[in-house]
Design a protein around this ligand. Sequence first.
Ligand code: NAD
Length: 244
Amino acid sequence: MVNVLVTGSSRGIGKGIVDKLRSYKNFFVICVSRSVSCYENGLLSESEGVGANAISFCADVSSFKFCKMLAKKVLHKYTVDVLINNAGITKDNLILRMTQHEWDEVIRVNLSSCFFMIKSFISSMLKKRSGKIINVSSVVALLGNAGQGNYCAAKAGILGLTKSLVKEVSSRNITINCVLPGFIETRMTSLLPKLIKDKFLNLIPLKRFGTVGDVSNLITYCCLPESNYINGHCFTIDGGLSCY
Ligand code: NAD
């Protein structure tokens, strides 16, 4: 059995990853979300979670304290073979108008959370000399995006964190990779004005937005033994958007 911990698992890409992994018999999924109410509309009830190859935990991953508490609780009972840092938020604004709060919050939830979760779980992986970490970044880490300076900086930071960690822990049979989705249809993107959506659609060579399924298929592959030699890689999954 391969135990996979997924942050931000209550909806969107995170929920897609959980659903896909649960369709395989050899994965046990440790779902992490910010609050119990995140599970209200259907991912897991406690009993279903315990009984059916998944369990859910609550933690705000933007707090180092909560990440450490989560690790203590999870590792008391389970090993974590794959850590997927997926939780993320946007607080868009032009740099000229962006408040320090909007900057700090987005850096904390998108970037610092990866550091906090890795710090909290890496020792257990080092001890058993195996593990995989998959960080969810974004294609805008490579391209930049007006109105998303905080988000682009956080997502670009994940790339540097990933590549540095590869050089620190790969000798212990731990791999770290990044997935960079383009425009994927989730609640995060549903809030964008139609004008912006149309602009993106025009720039995507495949002429469609990505689905949660597109991303969760790739991430599931990264969890399988077939991907064991892939290390330090940044997978764009964007319908060709980053070709421009
Ligand atoms: P979403 O808003 O639908 O889901 C985000 C998830 O993160 C939710 O479950 C939310 O509860 C959780 N979360 C937010 N803050 C948290 C915190 N402090 N602690 C714990 N959980 C927290 O977004 P999504 O589109 O599914 O995005 C998932 C990831 O993919 C994010 O990292 C996002 O930046 C990235 N991404 C999304 C797109 C896209 O087009 N949707 C594109 C590129 C990258």
